[in-house]
Design a protein around this ligand. Sequence first.
Ligand SMILES: [Ca+2]
Ligand SMILES: [Ca+2]
Ligand SMILES: [Ca+2]
Ligand SMILES: [Ca+2]
Length: 421
Amino acid sequence: MKILRAYPFCAGAALALSGLSTYTAQASPLPVSFIEPAQTTKLPGLDIGGSGVMEDSVVTGDFNNDGHLDLLIANPFTGFAPILMLGKGDGTFAPGPAIAPSITQYFGGVLATGDFNGDGNLDFAVAGADFAFINMFLGDGKGNFKRTETNVAFQPGQTDMVVGDVNRDGKADIVLKTALGIQVYLGKGDGTFTGGLNTFTFTGRVATSTIKLANFYNSGTPDLVLTDALSQQVVAFRGNGNGTFTQTATAAVPLVPGSVEVGDFNGDGIDDVAAFPEFNIINPAPGQFLQNIAVVLTVPPAHPGGSIGFTTAKYYYGGLAPANGGVADVNGDGKLDLLSSDVLGGTIVIQLGNGDGSFTNTTNYVFPVQGAGMVPLIDAFNQTAVTGDFNGSGKQDIATVIIDTTGGLQSYLSLLINNTP
Ligand SMILES: [Ca+2]
Ligand SMILES: [Ca+2]
Ligand SMILES: [Ca+2]
Ligand SMILES: [Ca+2]
């Protein structure tokens, strides 16, 4: 094990990086710290473009029921199946059983997991921009999957997908972002879904970037939030409990139409929203370098039955061209923190939550880059990052896919193991 290369951020520092030796440890006590595992992992079959930078192109779950978190990584550019990396429980991963290719292509590479047939084993679904339907894979609890094509006429242009029980029948449902807007597919509990024209279809937000289920109303029914690139808004929907949603509140997030994350940032029991600019390096907050994460706090309804509201967006540093964000409590203080995958800078930007809805950026962590001479910004780019406890320490670790542009776009799994005291 070696100490992670970490450096305090200052404007322009990332642009000046000439090699890994330039990174220095921060002198003052860190509120959160990470180490880099000795093992490095080349991702098999992921050799022409990585997992993509789409929201939810890497997901976690225990797919072989051994108690250790695994990673499922989309493979959108080859037309091949996603890659399963089985966690060993010590912070390292090994390739799992190969997943059989589909009769359709996988271009797009949006993943969602859930137990779609109620057998206690994690299943997953793959959606993509050119799909007319979703590829469904039912897990056997040992890391093997059986592919089933749904017979539902899913709309094409799928760019995000989330799983939850939106009609409260105990069966996992899918909410899909398509070229037409938002579509809901209700799970039958046997791995198949009903949907299309028979279920909720919201066509008012065709420029939706990404979606998340959220808890805005404490109703027991998942609510929904999306980012809309056209109106430059965060848009909240109330879950009606029957698989439909009603738009309830919007917040302006100028120039931040990308990925959306939710979490209770101020401890009032309802979710707040963070929007990440998704490759947008334009600075929405004038005069502040790359202050490009927009955070809006949810204002509870003033009276029973009323609508939530949103506060005016506050902006935080998110790095150079962030692909996606994440929400986790990485320093273990019980307050949710924000993570930004800074693609061009090759770092993970951590905004530590103060518990009152505000955030403090202390240190940015450089992803371990495998491959001789590879350096962030020049020839290695990190993609979507996910968090999870990968070594059983009780602390949130970070995994991402790194693309090495020097070697035929080979991809590596890069890990930051949390060693915060
Ligand atoms: Ca596992
Ligand atoms: Ca299952
Ligand atoms: Ca359901
Ligand atoms: Ca925290």
